[in-house]
Structure formats: C-alpha cells, structure tokens
Design a protein around this ligand. Sequence first.
Ligand SMILES: [Zn+2]
Length: 296
Amino acid sequence: MIQTRKIGDAKVTNVIEYSGPTHDPAFLFPEAERADIDRLESEMAPNHWVPHMGKLIVTIQFWIVQTGTSIIVIDTGVGNFKPRESIPRMHMLNGLVREWLVAAGAAPEEVTHVVITHLHADHVGWNTTWQDGRWVPTFPNATYYFPLDDFNFCKEGKNKEPGVIDVFGDSFFDSVMPVVDAGLAKMMRPGEEIADCLTVHPAEGHSPGQVTFRLESKGEVGIFCGDIFHSPLQIMRPEFNSGYCIWPEKAREVRLKMLNEAADQSALLLPVHFGAPYCGYARRQGDGFLFEPATW
Ligand SMILES: [Zn+2]
C-alpha cells in the first residue's frame, strides 16, 4: 500500500510493510496506565488503538523522497527472510515491499540514497536481500547513510552489555555490515546535508545515535522523526517513553523539543510506526499538544 503527498517540490511516498493491532500498551509504554489511553480514546481509536482488544496499532513503513534526480529511501523496515525468532511477527517475513517500491517509482536499482534514523532491527531490514546464499545490498546503486554513534555502539558490542535494551540484535550483522563490506556505507553525524535536500539533526535517547531528517521546500517542512514517537499517544503525553528508549531522560527531552519545533513551524511529522494516516501535525493545546492527522 502506498500514498504520495507533496512537501513543496518534493514528492513524498510511504510504503507500508505491515500494520496492525500488535502491541500491549504495558509492553510498548511501560509508564502509561490503561486509563491514560482510555481518556484519549476519541483521538486514539480506531486508527491507533483498538479498545476492545486493548492493543495499540503499530505500523512498519518506509518513506521515499523524490526530488530532482534523487530517489531517497528513509528507514527500511524489517526485511524479507530475516531470522528473528524472538519476535515472531518479524520472523522470516515474505512480503511485497520490493513490488511496492517499484510501484512507487523507487525500484531498488534506481534508488540513489538510503538514509537510516537509527539502527534498530525494524529500521534496517530491507538494507539487504538474501541472494545466492548471502546478504547483499538491496539498493546496489545507492549510498547508505548510517548514524555514526549507533554504528559505533553496535560495532563495540555495547548493545550486548548486561542491562542494555538490545533492539539491534542480529540485524547489525545481516542488515548493516554487509552494506559496509560492499563499500556502499557512509557514516553520518548531525549537521550534515544529504542529497541537497535533507538535513541531519540529533535525536539520541531512543537509541544512542538516533537522528532525524528535515526536508524543507517552498516554505513547507517535513520531519522524518524516526522513533521519537511510536504513537500519537506520545504527542499528547510526551512524558511516556517507549520500552525501547535506552536513555529515558534524554528521550523525553528530545521529544519535547521536537514537539515545540514541529508546532512552531507547522511541520509535517513523518514517523515510522503510526497507524493511518501514518503522519500528521503536532498542534498546541493549552500547555500541551494535540495530534492532527494529515489529510489523505
Ligand atoms: Zn522502530
């Protein structure tokens, strides 16, 4: 499933790998009580929360930016045939992402840049494809941009240290290192500009090196905000971290800063895990914020 919208001159398309009522709130947002979500039911249901199941809807999607001669893929989901025994819904997928990429005008061999907000397993999977008994880059003519601090964290094995939430797992070896070994990877830091249209901004906290990408064209702003938010719940209650945030205080600080920036600039927030319509705006309401879904 794909949807396309414009941000100024840039064409922005999302490709959905899967979406569904998969997450118990106590698991995804350990600090939230059921009553916190019930109070926001009119904002959360039916696209982000299924009350009678008690499940949050979580999507895995990619964003594609087409501008000038560049075709940029932002984050790459879970991937096909990746062994993920510990997370059954991600284990050995055989989905239609490749076909949807072609439909969206982003056939893998035509993609010029792949940019990754952070290296968690659900954001790097389609970096590689299983072919002839090994993992090879899915986008053979692209330069892949990886956040340096996440890369170093995994490279040094810090994700495997006791007490660390390891959401990187084997994906570092089957979805990141094969790209590095093929000579297609560049490490990026906040402050850089990619493809003359995306600026890289710091957003550490959810992971050690998470970044966001800002697209500005003809006065319109879009922010590819990775996992600063997993759900509109965190726009309305920004103090709730996901259970995967490695540095809780920093993650809250980054979320609040992003909300203020997005509200001040009327920026379209383009996350990875929201339910339909998969992106939207943070609007001020009293001392807090409200989620305004984007129009289709
Ligand atoms: Zn994620």
